[in-house]
Ligand binder design. Structure first.
Ligand code: Q9C
Ligand code: ZN
Length: 320
């Protein structure tokens, strides 16, 4: 497996989020990616490569030019210790801008695009260690620790070469990714996530949202209850995999969040560390060229183990 990583993500390190009107600790920390990288290296699961640099044109296919320019200019204008909450181009209080945010977010996109290009050129499994994550970022907004939608930009890129199925297994619904492809029939978006009536992002992720126009039927949401068990999760994932198989994609992208873990400080599901290998094995059954893109997951102590289990499952030989 090829692993794409750049240390530039560390330049994005906000000091706080605003929750319930109060400052609170920022869970989306640089150590998340560092610990995953260290665990993958220790288990010798892949070769680490640096991302290539891609033009902003790729980002402009998913985000409005004015939003991109705003992020770039505002970020660069900030002092090194500033945490700035924009009053527009933002959907919540979970996406502060800092001096390094644009550089890190751009590198996270380059990381995803480098991985996508490798998959296009025949790699079977590539892991993009993108940070900050992306699936909440929409056409004109940051939010939920996300600035640029890494997975959507990679999916848009790969869609030039064949149909793309994007499966989102982060605990939260990927509102930004759904928005990007809601009217498209060449990119299928399927998501398993906590019921948006109960948890973030609240505004989307309902089962009734199934696409519009020619995109009708090419958006699939599987909202799950708080405290979802491994049994219910596996049954739901099996349904999602039927959707993907029926679509006959050429490429498979996984928006991989580990905030479904039982000990995640933000999540509420009951998934154990070994269950991520079960997930990986189920996904490997599709036998498709696969791009894994990092999204959330906040139990830093165990992120490395979860990533290792997921990749071991994805690499496990097919039983026929
Ligand atoms: N402090 C991702 O997983 N709500 N984003 C946090 C608790 C926002 C999650 C409230 C969750 C955003 C990529
Ligand atoms: Zn999440």
């Amino acid at each position: 497996m090829k692993i794409i990583y750049s240390p530039v993500h560390k330049k994005h390190n906000p000091s706080f989020e605003v929750y319930d009107g109060e400052k609170s600790a920022y869970p989306e920390v640089p150590d998340r990616i560092e610990t995953i990288l260290a665990a993958l290296k220790k288990e010798k699961l892949g070769t680490v490569l640096s991302p290539q640099s891609f033009s902003l044109d790729h980002i402009e296919k998913i985000h409005h030019r004015n939003y991109i320019t705003f992020l770039q200019k505002k970020s660069a204008s900030l002092n090194s210790n500033a945490n700035f909450f924009a009053s527009y181009f933002i959907m919540d209080t979970y996406a502060p801008l800092t001096n390094g945010t644009f550089l890190a977010a751009k590198k996270a996109v380059d990381t995803a695009l480098t991985a996508a290009e490798l998959v296009k050129n025949g790699e079977r499994l590539v892991y993009a260690l993108s940070r900050p994550p992306g699936h909440h970022a929409g056409y004109v907004n940051m939010g939920g620790y996300c600035y640029f939608n890494n997975a959507a930009i990679a999916a848009e890129y790969l869609s030039q070469f064949g149909k793309v199925a994007l499966l989102d297994i982060d605990y939260h619904h990927g509102n930004g990714t759904q928005q990007a492809f809601y009217q498209r029939d060449d990119i299928l978006y399927v998501s398993l996530h906590v019921d948006p009536n109960k948890k973030y992002p609240y505004i989307s992720g309902f089962a009734s949202e199934d696409g519009i126009g020619k995109g009708k039927g090419y958006n699939k949401n599987y909202p799950l209850p708080l405290k979802t068990t491994e049994k219910v999760y596996a049954e739901t994932l099996t349904k999602a995999l039927v959707d993907i198989h029926t679509f006959h994609p050429v490429f498979f992208i996984i928006s991989a969040g580990f905030d479904t873990y039982v000990n995640d400080p933000i999540g509420s599901f009951q998934l154990s560390i070994p269950f991520y290998q079960t997930i990986g094995k189920l996904l490997a059954g599709l036998q498709l060229p696969t791009l894994v893109i990092q999204e959330g997951g906040y139990c830093v102590a165990d992120l490395g183990s979860m990533a290792v289990q997921l990749i071991k499952g994805l690499q496990s030989p097919e039983v026929s």
